[in-house]
Design a protein around this ligand. Structure first.
Ligand code: GSH
Length: 219
């Protein structure tokens, strides 16, 4: 049975958990956190996560790191249900939204909101810098939310007709923000707020988010 390494409080581990659940792949879960338990993480890091990050994944003698790499691999080993659109343009757009989550939303939500409000105080005894949080919420996130609001059409999901890697990559970041009590205002970003609610209500997301909340002691 494959093993997923990394705690569900990581948005990137959560991406992988959601993909595994959507595809119905059973796996063992080793919820290590490199920054919180470095000694524990060392036992796997050299072998399977050369950059020392989570998630990492072991499938028999194959080891992989990076959520995008792992999910692309899962798509090849279990093509249905597909998480990547077959149409070339939709495929490219889906990859773009995944990157928008990983490279656009994550640096703000992860470092400037989740770390400041939750991980720093809880795990590193570092007090919240409210100025950093407020700037992120009031100045840095709104343009990113505006863009997404404009990208959501009449369908349920970001690209094509189906739930895809685009939705996994974006929604996992909104789950991360929600742990810190941050969500898109329903009046200013009505489509985005409804979209996030829809994505996080999927059983795959609900389960992964529930596990993260349990680890963080949140309701
Ligand atoms: N591009 C990577 C990013 C992974 C990443 O940055 N993971 C963070 C946790 S959210 C990590 O392991 N950081 C190192 C640490 O916690 O020490 C992916 O998609 O998997």
């Amino acid at each position: 049975m494959p093993t997923l390494y990394g705690a569900p409080i990581s948005p990137f581990v959560r991406k992988t958990m959601v993909a595994l659940a959507e595809k119905g792949i059973t796996y063992e879960h080793d919820p290590v956190v490199p920054a919180i338990a470095p000694a524990e993480f060392k036992r796997i890091s050299k072998d399977i996560s050369p950059l020392g990050r989570i998630p990492a994944y072991r499938d028999d003698d194959l080891t992989l790191a990076d959520s995008s790499v792992i999910i692309a691999y899962l798509e090849r080993v279990k093509p249905t249900p597909a998480l990547y659109p077959s149409d070339a343009r939709d495929y490219a757009r889906a990859l773009w939204f995944e990157e928008y989550g990983d490279g656009g939303l994550a640096p703000i939500i992860g470092a400037k909101i989740f770390f400041q409000k939750i991980a720093g105080p809880a795990f590193f005894k570092q007090p919240t810098d409210e100025a950093v949080v407020n700037k992120a919420i009031n100045e840095e996130l709104p343009p990113l939310f505006d863009y997404l609001e404009g990208q959501i059409g009449t369908g349920d999901w970001l690209v094509g007709r189906g739930f895809s890697i685009a939705d996994i990559g974006v929604a996992t970041q909104f789950a991360q923000a929600s742990f810190a009590g941050v969500s898109p205002d329903t009046k200013r970003w009505p489509k985005l707020a409804a979209y996030v609610e829809r994505a996080l209500a999927r059983p795959s997301f609900a389960d992964a988010v529930g596990k993260a909340k349990a680890m963080l002691g949140l309701k």
